[in-house]
Design a protein around this ligand. Structure first.
Ligand SMILES: Nc1ncnc2c1ncn2[C@@H]1O[C@H](COP(=O)(O)OP(=O)(O)O)[C@@H](O)[C@H]1O
Ligand SMILES: [Mg+2]
Length: 203
């Protein structure tokens, strides 16, 4: 499958344009990196591609078609701060099941411990929460993952474990990934190709 952003332009208000005429194309089974300065608009582009922001100009298409936003959205965004995306009043079991019920072997791949399931979000570390956040995004209907600085706040070992698990699942299931990071070393290891945000943004 192919996820394409064509001529995307956007501003939060009319004063300052954040994105201008951005085009990029992702393919299933490929990991494309996106690197750029803080505050330059990378997360904004991620939100547009994953359907969170809709009042942009340009087009986002999946195999040439507009993405319907009813039902499950096939482009899933994973954020830097997993705790912000979870209901603090839900136990982890419910947080996970909100999207789907991953098989045991996939939970094992992500190193999910059984006793984490009965805890509240604030009883887990950032790395543990991020494992849930990623697993949640891997619903079988997911075709593309937009990973926005997903391992930035994690220690080196956790970062490797999480990326290994995600890459393994994505390759086996033909899922395409856009990996956004300011860590060029990381992107060089995990990506098939790297895009430089200031080169694709016409602002
Ligand atoms: N909801 C918002 N309303 C207004 N401005 C915003 C909003 N979100 C982000 N911005 C601004 O848009 C610019 C780009 O932000 P962002 O896309 O988060 O950049 P990056 O991810 O590259 O650090 C920043 O100047 C930021 O302050
Ligand atoms: Mg960002």
């Amino acid at each position: 499958m192919n996820l394409k952003a064509s001529n995307i332009s956007f501003s939060y208000n009319n004063k300052r344009q954040i994105l201008k005429d951005i085009s990029l194309s992702l393919d299933s089974n490929k990991v494309i990196g996106l690197i750029g300065d803080s505050g330059s608009g990378k997360s904004t582009l991620c939100k547009i591609m994953a359907g969170y922001i809709t009042n942009y100009s340009g087009e986002v298409t999946l195999d040439g078609n507009k993405i319907p936003d009813k039902d499950f959205y096939p482009v899933q965004l994973i954020f830097q701060h997993p705790e912000k995306t979870m209901n603090p009043k839900w136990k982890m079991e419910k947080v996970l099941k909100e999207s789907w019920e991953p098989p045991q072997d996939l939970k094992d791949t992500f190193g999910l411990k059984e006793n984490w399931l009965t805890r509240w979000p604030n009883e887990l570390s950032g790395g543990e929460l991020q494992r849930f956040s990623i697993l949640r995004s891997l619903n079988p209907k997911t075709k593309f993952i937009i990973a926005d600085e997903i391992s930035t706040m994690l220690d080196a070992l956790t970062q490797v474990q999480i990326w290994e698990a995600l890459l393994k699942h994505a390759k086996a299931n033909n899922i395409g990934i856009l990996a956004v990071s300011h860590d060029l070393e990381l992107l060089e290891v995990i990506c098939d190709d790297i895009l430089y945000f200031n080169e694709i943004n016409g602002v």
